[in-house]
Design a protein around this ligand. Structure first.
Ligand code: HEM
Ligand SMILES: *[C@@H]1O[C@H](CO)[C@@H](O)[C@H](O)[C@H]1NC(C)=O
Ligand SMILES: *[C@@H]1O[C@H](CO)[C@@H](O)[C@H](O)[C@H]1NC(C)=O
Ligand SMILES: *[C@@H]1O[C@H](CO)[C@@H](O)[C@H](O)[C@H]1NC(C)=O
Ligand SMILES: *[C@@H]1O[C@H](CO)[C@@H](O)[C@H](O)[C@H]1NC(C)=O
Ligand SMILES: *[C@@H]1O[C@H](CO)[C@@H](O)[C@H](O)[C@H]1NC(C)=O
Ligand SMILES: *[C@@H]1O[C@H](CO)[C@@H](O)[C@H](O)[C@H]1NC(C)=O
Length: 486
């Protein structure tokens, strides 16, 4: 017993010596926090945005913090973001992505070529292929709306807006990319949605490795169910899923991934393609409903489109100029898109800041940008950044506003909901088209209003910063009925 304690104490001592890092002159300011190993993990997890603002007050635009044994250099000067985004040789996207893949999806793909998979996805989400996805998505959206919000319904129906937006978009998106036709032999989208929601609710904790034992059990069974439900998706050409998923499956097979791994990879794609669109549509509609002048402006713009609409072609499947809607979307994403842009330092690198300062980034550390704090919520860039202003991204003459400044210099990145550079979002166009179409269909075919006219937007769940779109705490109760019902 004594010996065990003695050996343990020695091990701890050795560990402390080996990990007792101190700052050298060329390093960014170092803040290890008081708790050994964990460092700032608890404060970071509770409210990352607030924590990083506090660190910024203390240290400036760049600093290194210790979080659960890792050293993370956080950069908060948007003028300097390009130096991180551009250098994919020293700053690697894939390694951290693989860590998350394993933690969240229990997935390891030893012979995976991420660049190939990415190029494959890109190919299927541009040009004529995107057009095809566009119209398939329209069809499924229309069908989902008809099923969930029937045209013959006479009375108001009440619903949480988050659940309503998420479930409709998830089901239509699932059918477009994974499932094929409803009532075919593919899994029922409603049951996939219900399971997926449970999974989604625990995702942040999975990524951080902070699941409680009973949550771990829940995750395991939910994941198992989802794997089974998704097993047939994309397996054969006529499974009714998209050419993209089928091509992705084939790539996995070529790489030697077994069936088990393929199922897991398909769940990962379900998350990447469906996890952000529904929440984004929720925030957008929610801000419109709680800001009547914004709603009026958007409706005016959209009614211009619906008047031009003919029965053969929906104008929304073609390019239509919608500067008001675009501003509303940009403003929504400014307030609610909060990804961490994380890279692993794979070789020592000197970081040249826009202000002329230089810092060493150490091999083995991580670098993290958090565009939510700056530029998106930066009071130097946006007047009253907490406030929703639907026309923030419009010029006086109604054109798109792209000029924003910090420290007197024009910003290249004034919002970053999609990331940027080589690892930016591949599905951006498709996601924007989808959200636009959904909002258009809902606003032109239904009367939609708040149940309580004085209701405010729900608070943001502060423990979810860093994983794409923010999640609301609670929901916003709305009621709706078809427009033509009397
Ligand atoms: C509102 C919806 C969406 C948001 C806010 C969003 C956001 C993002 C962000 C921030 C990244 C970059 C992460 C980084 O740089 O570290 C990313 C990557 C990615 N997104 Fe999206 N996304 C959305 C929808 C979609 C959709 C519909 C697809 C479907 C194809 C998609 C596919 C991808 C892929 C494949 C990547 C990885 C790129 C790579 O491997 O380098 N996303 N997304
Ligand atoms: C980043 O790369 C782009 C194109 O590769 C280049 O135009 C730009 O100047 C680079 N920026 C920095 C800060 O290195
Ligand atoms: C569309 O996808 C096919 C594969 O299904 C690919 O061969 C083609 O190049 C893609 N089209 C474009 C415009 O990228
Ligand atoms: C897809 O639809 C959107 C509008 O919903 C439109 O702006 C876009 O041009 C379409 N893209 C393609 C490639 O057809
Ligand atoms: C979520 O929305 C769907 C579709 O509108 C509905 O069937 C379901 O009952 C809702 N679930 C909750 C928990 O409100
Ligand atoms: C399932 O969908 C595919 C492609 O959409 C179709 O060819 C096939 O006939 C469908 N099967 C059934 C049983 O409906
Ligand atoms: C906020 O998110 C955390 C982590 O995902 C979750 O455990 C918690 O239940 C959420 N809180 C609310 C009120 O939704």
């Amino acid at each position: 017993m004594i010996w065990t304690i003695f050996l343990l104490a020695q091990a701890v001592l050795l560990y402390l010596i080996l990990t007792n890092r101190s700052r050298s002159k060329s390093d960014p300011p170092l803040d290890k926090g008081v708790i050994p190993w964990l460092g700032h993990a608890l404060e970071f997890g509770k409210d990352a945005s607030k924590f990083l603002n506090r660190m910024k007050q203390k240290h400036g635009n760049i600093f290194t913090v210790r979080v659960a044994g890792r050293y993370v250099t956080v950069l908060l000067d948007p003028h300097s973001y390009d130096t991180v985004i551009n250098d994919s040789d020293s700053l690697d996207f894939t390694r951290y992505a693989q860590v998350l893949m394993e933690r969240i999806f229990n997935l390891r793909l030893p012979h995976h070529q991420p660049a190939k998979a990415k190029a494959l996805t890109k190919r299927h989400f541009i040009g004529m292929n995107l057009s095809a996805l566009n119209s398939t998505m329209s069809r499924h959206l229309q069908a989902s709306l008809k099923a969930e919000m029937p045209q013959n319904q006479k009375d108001w129906k009440e619903e949480g807006l988050f659940n309503l937006s998420y479930s409709l978009l998830f089901k239509a998106g699932y059918l477009t990319l994974f499932g094929g036709e409803q009532n075919n032999n593919s899994a029922d989208p409603s049951s996939i949605y219900e399971e997926y929601k449970k999974f989604d609710g625990l995702l942040t904790k999975m990524a951080r490795g902070t699941l409680k034992p009973e949550e771990k059990r829940t995750v395991q069974s939910v994941r198992q169910r989802l794997w089974e439900l998704l097993a047939p998706a994309g397996l054969t050409e006529d499974s009714g899923s998209s050419p993209w998923l089928h091509a992705y499956r084939r790539l996995l097979q070529e790489e030697g991934a077994d069936e088990e791994s393929q199922k897991k990879a398909v769940l990962m794609q379900l998350w990447a393609t469906q996890g952000n669109v529904g929440p984004a549509a929720f925030w957008l509609l929610g801000y419109l409903l709680t800001n009547p002048e914004a709603l009026t402006a958007v409706k005016r713009e959209l009614s211009g489109i619906s008047q031009m609409e003919t029965s053969e072609t929906s104008l929304l499947d073609r390019a239509v100029n919608t500067p008001v809607f675009d501003s509303v979307l940009e403003e929504t994403l400014r307030l609610t898109a909060a990804p961490f842009i994380t890279r692993e330092v794979v070789q020592d690198k000197t970081l040249h800041m826009a202000d002329g300062q230089e810092y060493m980034l150490r091999k083995g550390d991580r670098v993290c940008l958090f565009p939510f704090n700056s530029p998106q919520m930066d009071p130097e860039i946006y007047h009253e950044p907490q406030k929703y202003k639907y026309d923030r991204f419009l010029n006086e003459d109604g054109s798109v506003k792209r000029d924003f400044y910090k420290g007197g210099r024009r910003l290249k990145y004034y919002t970053m909901p999609w990331g940027a550079g080589t690892n930016g979002c591949v599905g951006k166009e498709f996601a924007i088209n989808t959200i636009k179409k959904f909002v258009y269909m809902v606003l032109t075919n239904y009367d939609l209003e708040l149940c309580d006219p004085n209701a405010q937007m729900p608070e943001v769940n502060a423990s979810c910063y860093g994983f794409g779109m923010l999640q609301p705490e609670g929901d916003l109760l709305v009621r709706y009925k078809p427009r033509n019902a009397h």
